[in-house]
Structures are given as structure tokens and as C-alpha cells.
Ligand binder design. Structure first.
Ligand code: FO1
Length: 314
């Protein structure tokens, strides 16, 4: 079975780890957000691709949710002494190996999708990682005072705490990366990971051609709520949702994505058992809803969630 997952970073990485365990033998493809990406001290940083790669490789920092386990920060200490880069954005020594290798490929004229495949081939991830696009489309945050920031500065320096008016996805003439549209067209199941709808999933949908391919896809499209009992699991999706006027609630996000039968994105939506009361409102919006355990505390619970998502696709 061909399964495609639209994914951001941390939540998506855990979900993909569970899916790999639950759907052994299936062909798994992750279409990954690159709106978080940036150039920093001459290196191309791709946080969501790296979170997924490290997590599937088993070398991720499980507590922080990003970067490498057993990391050191000697080089970033030197960068700080030189006043180079962002002191609030730590590039670990092992992590820098990834950024240097990726930048080497990019500077050799190799597109991000191929660079990603080469980096990932170091491990047997069991999931094909595709950036949503090979082009640069870095999410900008428009502040209430009219200024704007790169998403990463808003997120890591200001902890998403600055009053925000809007998010801009400067996709321009960006094209889906090679393989992205083909994966969507040939998929038997399409899953929307429990990622941040505003800064992880929306930038993927903004790439010209992707939303149309999803609308026309033969595969059922099933989403997993990133919000449980009205709160984020981790990260600051609540700040993002509030900024665009969407309530931090499992039903509000389902309605924000919309029923595919009514011109939206999803056919079905998974909420946590504690949010079971919300399923009727979601069903009324034309989206099949099921309440299952959403917490991914370990591999078994992540695999159980992935199994529930695949069951909802049937
Ligand atoms: N997040 C932080 O809150 N502080 C950091 O210093 C930081 C460094 C960092 C370095 C590489 C990388 O791939 C991710 C990093 N992140 C950091 C997390 C990053 O902001 C998030 O992974 C996503 O961009 C937001 O979902």
C-alpha cells in the first residue's frame, strides 16, 4: 500500500515513526514542510526535514524534539564569540555536520530533494523524505505593528509571543519537488500528520499544484488533530492559530481544513478520546470523525495512532 503523509517537524516525526511500525511493508512517503528553512552562517538549515530524519534514524534528541542526541555545542560557542549567526538559535556540532553536508550538495547544484535523499541514505529510514518544494519559500510572520520576521526568529527568539497579524508563505513560482505530485496521485491513503496547521501544513498546501492534487486524489485524506483537550501537545500552535482567528480546538482545526466534499482538504479527522464530544460538529461539517487516543508517548502508542488513522481511511 502507498501511504503519503504531509508533515511538519516534531509531531510529524513521531507520527511517522509510529506509522513505519504499524504499516510495515507499505511504501511510505513524507511530504515535508520547508517553510521553516533558512540560511544561517552560510549553511542551509531545514528543521522539519532534519527532525524527521533524525527521529526515524533514532539519533534525535527525544526531549528537545529537535537536533541530535548526545549533542555538543563547541562550534556554536565559537560562532557566538565571533558574533556570527543567531545566539538564540543553537547549531549543535553533530547537527552542523548535516547542514554542512546539505550545503555542500546545494552549492554543487544538487536540488534539495536529491540532497535530502543522499543525507537520508546514511540510514535505513523506511520512509522516503520529500521536501514540499526544492525552491526557497520561507514563512514570514507579519507582526501587529506592521513589521515582519522570518518564522524561525519569531519562533525561537521571541517564542511566538509577539502580537501577530498574519503568516505569509512566499511560494511565488515554487514548484512541488520531483515526486511530490506523483506520490499524491498514486497514494492509496493520504494522512495529514498532527503538525502545526499554520506553519507546518499550510506552507505545504501553499505550493502551487499541491492543493489541487490533493483535491483530485483518489486516496482518502485523513487528518490527526495536533490539539488535545483544547491545548497544544507541544510547541506554540495555539499562538499561530489565534493569530489567524482559529480556536485552539480539535473541531476548529478540522473545520479550518474543511471537508474535501465541500471544497476543503480532509475526508476524516481523528480527535483524542477526551474530545469525543466534538465529533458531531465535525461530522456535521461533512468530515468523518473518530475519537481515539492521540497521545504519542512511545512507539506502541504512536503505532496505535497510525493504525487508527489507517482504519479511518477505510
Ligand atoms: N528551537 C529552539 O527553540 N531553539 C533553538 O535554538 C533551535 C535550534 C535548532 C537548530 C536546528 C534545527 O533543525 C531546529 C532548531 N530548533 C530550535 C527547532 C526549530 O525551531 C523547530 O524544529 C521548527 O523549526 C519549528 O517547528
Amino acid at each position: 500500500m502507498k501511504i503519503v503523509v504531509l508533515s511538519g517537524g516534531v509531531g510529524g516525526a513521531r507520527f511517522l515513526r509510529g506509522l513505519r511500525s504499524a504499516a510495515a511493508g507499505s511504501e511510505l512517503t513524507a511530504i515535508v514542510n520547508v517553510g521553516d528553512d533558512m540560511w544561517l552562517t552560510g549553511l542551509r538549515i531545514c528543521p522539519d526535514l532534519d527532525s524527521i530524519m533524525y527521529t526515524l534514524a533514532g539519533v534525535n534528541d527525544e526531549q528537545r524534539g529537535w537536533g541530535r542526541v548526545g549533542e555538543s555545542e563547541r562550534v556554536s560557542g565559537e560562532l557566538r564569540e565571533y558574533g556570527v549567526g543567531w545566539p538564540w538559535f543553537t547549531l549543535g556540532d553533530l547537527d552542523l555536520g548535516t547542514h554542512i553536508a546539505r550545503t555542500h550538495y546545494l552549492r554543487s547544484g544538487i536540488p534539495l530533494s536529491e540532497a535530502t535523499a543522499r543525507l537520508a541514505s546514511r540510514w535505513d529510514l523506511g520512509v522516503r523524505l520529500l521536501p514540499a518544494t526544492d525552491d526557497e519559500a520561507e514563512t514570514q510572520v507579519v507582526l501587529a505593528d506592521g513589521g515582519s520576521l522570518h518564522f524561525q526568529e519569531w519562533w525561537t527568539r521571541h517564542r511566538a509571543a509577539l502580537p501577530t497579524r498574519a503568516f505569509v508563505y512566499p511560494v511565488g513560482s515554487s514548484k512541488p519537488a520531483p515526486g511530490v505530485l506523483e506520490a499524491i496521485v498514486s497514494a492509496h491513503v493520504i494522512l495529514i500528520a498532527p503538525s502545526n496547521p499554520v506553519v507546518s501544513i499550510a506552507p505545504i498546501l501553499a505550493i502551487p499544484g499541491i492543493r489541487d492534487a490533493l483535491s483530485a486524489a483518489r486516496a482518502p485524506i485523513v487528518g490527526v488533530s495536533p490539539i488535545i483537550s483544547g491545548a497544544v501537545v507541544r510547541g506554540m500552535a495555539d499562538a499561530c492559530l489565534t493569530a489567524i482567528g482559529v480556536a485552539t480546538a480539535a473541531d476548529a482545526i478540522a473545520l479550518h481544513y474543511g471537508a474535501r466534499s465541500r471544497g476543503g482538504l480532509i475526508d476524516a479527522w481523528l480527535v483524542d478520546e477526551t474530545d469525543a464530544a466534538l465529533t458531531s460538529a465535525i461530522e456535521a461539517a461533512g468530515i468523518r470523525a473518530s475519537a481515539v487516543p492521540l497521545w504519542m508517548r512511545d512507539l506502541p502508542s504512536s503505532a496505535a495512532l497510525a493504525t487508527a488513522a489507517l482504519a479511518a481511511a477505510k
